[in-house]
Design a protein around this ligand. Structure first.
Ligand SMILES: [Fe+2]
Length: 293
């Protein structure tokens, strides 16, 4: 009070059995000199505590920064390793099917660009990328005499071939990170009018990223060179896609694709099979670095 300190005490007064008989209360006023000393002591304690916290922070900050940088580096390397596995697994399947790495890479680029044109969020695009690499992973379980048969498959063989979708989903279940690919792996043979497989889903019941992937996959299959065929000219390939609008393909997505397809096709043709890998890594890096996978 008024810059002075007072000390109040209260002592219980007990009888011989320990019962409280009453209380002794006292109030002392400290001298101005003693009050001043107490204020100085408090100020000193606050200053020493603050300096200690500051000193500890200065010592620990570089350690935390270095530790955090180390963790970020390890996360980055782990992500790179996961993406490498994704690429290798996708390419291994493509090799079995006599496709090329480049087909997988181009389809993924086309699908990402169409997804961007459709304003899909980054998380959906990451799922699309994983699905694009692994869409045919279930083909690993299809016997060679069916998978590699040069002619048309008969009904029984086609029934076996169709199981690659469900087998692919089984494979993905073994990894939480790869399970994101399930929408594309499970939906890449569905058709917009419901005539696809395995579920026969139609329209919006087919995941958007699977509808996007279907357009990219067919476009690249038509326009790329294979051992048994020359690339189809761009305009002829687009005619085939347009013929599938509302049947195989989502018509709105196809219209969006038609608006960007010529530029994309030109870019992919310029890059060639070698350049396409760098382009894909740059795109994939963008989506997998900016936020956790
Ligand atoms: Fe497939």
């Amino acid at each position: 009070m008024d810059g002075l300190f007072f000390i109040q005490t209260m002592e219980p007064l007990l009888d011989r059995e320990g019962w409280v008989l009453g209380y002794f209360e006292s109030v002392f006023q400290l001298s101005a000199e003693r009050s001043g000393e107490i204020v100085k002591d408090i100020a000193m304690m606050v200053a020493v505590s603050s300096l200690s916290v500051l000193a500890a922070a200065l010592v620990l900050l570089p350690i935390f920064v270095a530790f955090n940088r180390g963790v970020m580096g390890l996360s980055r390397r782990l992500l790179d390793a996961n993406i490498d596995i994704l690429t290798v697994l996708g390419s291994a399947i493509a090799k079995r099917d006599s496709d090329t790495h480049a087909h997988n890479y181009r389809v993924t680029i086309l699908a990402i660009r169409l997804a961007e044109a459709m304003d899909l969020d980054a998380a959906s695009i990451r799922r699309l990328v994983k699905g694009a690499f692994l869409h045919d992973v279930g083909k690993i379980a299809i016997p060679d005499h069916i998978l590699l048969k040069p002619g048309k498959l008969d009904a029984d063989e086609f029934a076996v071939m169709k199981t690659h979708v469900v087998r692919g989903l089984d494979i993905l279940h073994s990894s939480a990170w790869l399970a994101d690919a399930a929408d594309v792996v499970g939906g890449h043979h569905e058709k917009f009018d419901g005539s696809g497989y395995p579920a026969g889903f139609a329209g919006g019941a087919i995941p958007a990223i699977a509808r996007i992937f279907a357009i990219a996959d067919v476009f690249d299959a038509l326009t790329s060179r294979r051992p048994y065929k020359d690339p189809m000219p761009f305009a002829a390939a687009m005619d085939i896609l347009h013929a599938g609008a509302g049947g195989h393909f989502d018509p709105d997505m196809l219209a969006r694709f038609a608006a960007i397809a010529e530029g994309l096709h030109g870019r992919l043709t310029t890059l060639g099979d070698v350049g396409v890998e760098g382009e894909l890594r740059r795109l994939v890096g963008h989506y997998f670095v900016s936020s956790p996978a």
